[in-house]
Design a binder for this molecule. Structure first.
Ligand code: GRF
Length: 202
């Protein structure tokens, strides 16, 4: 079972997924490819150190989103990718990828959706003053963080919490939750019907 991770930045989730795969904790899945739209991002060095192939591109070298997404689809097919995992990929996808990978395309977002979609969800939650936020893993559609929800984990926001301390708590939860959800896919346990997602136990 082969996975592509799309990332634009730091890559802590990419790293956690790759380490889980190496430790045999990804349901037998393998990270086959990194797709990155920022060739200078730290995630690129992580992929090099882990020996994971990368497809790097600059969106402005293309006429449209569809044009670079068609090239990404070629790479995904060449690498035999079964599941596309977005991890800090800071772009909306078009129908080119969304339709091709329907039911096989997931994202992680640092809030309890549908609260605080979009950029800086952690800052949005702190500014709003909620006492609980968390992490959501969901299927991806063409909207901004709007697809069917697969798993969520709640994290309390302590008084005096800063965006730094809360971001650390969020990342710690993400490093556990995302590999677990990916392992469910590799084991064929996730079913999607309309907006309803069920995860079977064997
Ligand atoms: C994570 O907080 C994720 O939830 C959000 O972007 C961040 C990516 O962090 N979508 P990293 O690049 O995996 O370190």
């Amino acid at each position: 079972y082969r996975i592509a991770v799309f990332a634009s930045g730091e890559g802590s989730n990419f790293q956690a997924l790759a380490e889980a795969a190496n430790a045999g904790k990804l349901g037998g899945a393998e990270i086959a490819l990194l797709v990155c739209d920022k060739p200078s991002a730290p995630v690129v060095g992580r992929a090099e150190r882990l020996g994971i192939p990368a497809f790097l591109f600059k969106p402005k070298d293309y006429d449209s989103r569809e044009a670079y997404e068609r090239e990404i689809v070629e790479k995904l097919e060449a690498h035999g990718v079964d599941l596309v995992v977005l991890a800090g990929y800071m772009r909306l996808l078009t129908h080119v990828i969304v339709e091709k990978y329907a039911g096989r395309l997931i994202n992680i977002h640092p809030s309890l959706l549908p609260a605080f979609p979009g950029k800086d969800a952690i800052g949005q939650a702190l500014a709003y003053g909620v006492k609980v936020s968390g992490v959501t893993v969901h299927f991806v559609d063409e909207g901004m963080d709007t697809g069917p929800i697969i798993a969520q984990a709640a994290i309390p926001i302590a008084s005096g919490e800063t965006s730094e301390s809360f971001a650390e708590a969020v990342h710690a939860v993400e490093r556990e939750l995302y590999p677990e959800v990916v392992s469910w896919f590799a084991q064929g346990r996730v079913k999607l019907e309309g907006r309803q997602v069920t995860v079977s136990n064997f």
